[in-house]
Design a protein around this ligand. Structure first.
Ligand code: ADE
Length: 224
């Protein structure tokens, strides 16, 4: 898989891909992530990428021309399955969207800034608009990092334990059951005895019950 991210702040996006699981996925060749600085596609000495909004009002808007140049340049080199715009007024990200996107070959992600992008960018190029939650970040970069992480960890070979993404919270619309590790007793706090029993059908049953119970209490909306 290949992910191209278009941003005015590439520095902000470097470190998430230089550590831990994402770094290893890139080193293994399972994914490549390419950052594109929108200013490289701007005109003039000031590298202008934004301007005042027509009709007045506070806040700058990312201009269509540099974005057009950048996207068109990338599209000349390969076909993209999705061109995603990160924006708080997009469709809320969930596990199902991450699963779907993890099956794609090439995706482009455009990070918004300031008041957003010229609407004509959204009308012309964007195939999906995604929000990572009902709050406003100072730009789409951290949201793009969140989306990329959610996708990349699902790629085959990225996680060591191949089954582990399947048992994540949300994979079956349930929260994950509680987990424990050694010691089996700590300051009088014990691990549920079924987990020490070696009886795997019983353990599986207990985990399903716990997942359901947790979801009913903490996230009943997932069961609707
Ligand atoms: N850009 C700013 N806020 C955002 C959010 N909540 N989700 C996606 N992109 C954003």
């Amino acid at each position: 898989m290949r992910i191209d991210i278009i941003t005015v702040l590439p520095e902000l996006l470097k470190s998430p891909f230089e550590a831990s699981i994402l770094k290893r996925a890139i080193e293994k060749g399972l994914v490549s992530v390419h950052l594109h600085n929108l200013r490289d596609y701007s005109k003039g000495n000031y590298n202008q990428v934004d301007d005042y909004q027509f009709g007045g009002g506070a806040g700058m808007v990312l201009m269509i021309e540099p974005i057009d140049k950048c996207i068109t340049n990338l599209q000349k080199q390969r076909e993209y399955d999705e061109i995603i715009y990160m924006t708080p007024d997009g469709v809320p990200l969930n596990q199902s969207t991450a699963n779907t996107l993890s099956l794609k070959g090439n995706i482009m992600i455009l990070c918004g800034h300031y008041k957003g992008v010229d609407q004509r960018v959204r009308d012309t190029f964007i195939t999906k608009e995604i929000s990572i939650g009902d709050y406003v970040l100072s730009g789409g970069e951290l949201a793009a990092a969140v989306l990329s992480d959610a996708i990349i960890r699902l790629l085959p070979g990225v996680l060591n334990d191949e089954t582990s993404a399947l048992t994540d919270t949300f994979q079956d619309n349930l929260l994950a059951p509680p987990v424990y590790t050694r010691p089996s007793e700590y300051k009088g706090m014990e691990v549920p005895s079924v987990l020490l029993s070696g009886n795997f059908p019983e353990i599986e049953k207990w985990r399903e019950e716990q997942a359901l119970k947790r979801t009913q209490v903490l996230r009943p909306d997932l069961l609707e």
